[in-house]
Design a protein around this ligand. Structure first.
Ligand SMILES: [Fe+2]
Ligand SMILES: [Fe+2]
Length: 196
């Protein structure tokens, strides 16, 4: 279960397929950011032993995804270049409360929601790509990532549960899930994994 309040409009995938090079470039940056986010948590919360092994493994897996997407970029003749950050993750992170222990709870749950939306978007994209044999290779890439991204979502929710009570996690997750949906609903319409 992905804890998302909304589902992606299939029209998003149609528009994404018209800009696959940009979607792949965006995706490469997102995998790198996902790894960096997990590593940042390792540095910021070393006193939480329960977080260390799972976040380290998750960071490694995100870097493997980054390398996989890089391979696809290279095959398409696209150089990795800078891309201005889409507003989605920044707006979601702005919801993180500043004071501990709420900050840690929110960082874990915001990470969980970003993983969930990435997974949901990749599934929609995989399904759209699978309708055209010309996109078979990219369809396999996205189909192949779904299980890992769903697991990452689950890991972040479980890590929140390792530090906070089940009722605290459920209550804050419900709030942030609604925020995530409203942020996405007002995101720009440019072709990005986390745009409208
Ligand atoms: Fe990933
Ligand atoms: Fe992930």
């Amino acid at each position: 279960m992905l804890h998302l309040a909304t589902v992606t409009d299939p029209d998003w995938a149609r528009r994404a397929i018209e800009h696959l090079d940009r979607i792949l470039l965006d995706h490469a940056h997102l995998e790198k950011k996902a790894a960096g986010n997990a590593v940042a948590l390792l540095f910021q919360y070393p006193e939480h032993a329960a977080l260390m092994q799972p976040l380290s493994a998750l960071a490694r897996e995100e870097l493997e995804h980054f390398e996989l997407v890089l391979t696809h970029l290279t095959e398409r003749g696209i150089a990795l270049s800078r891309l201005p950050a889409a507003p989605y993750a920044g707006r979601l992170r702005a919801e993180v409360q500043g004071k501990e222990p709420h900050r840690l709870l929110d960082l874990l749950l915001v990470s969980a929601l970003i993983e969930a939306r990435s997974c949901e978007r990749m599934k929609v994209l995989a399904e759209a790509l699978e309708t055209d044999p010309a996109h078979a290779r990219l369809a396999r890439l996205y189909r192949g990532l779904l299980a890992a991204e769903a697991r990452h979502h689950r890991i972040y929710v479980e890590l929140a549960g390792a530090v906070f009570s089940a009722s605290e996690v459920a209550a804050r997750l419900a709030e942030l899930t609604l925020k995530e949906a409203s942020i996405l609903a007002t995101a720009p319409k440019e072709p990005r994994l986390h745009n409208g």
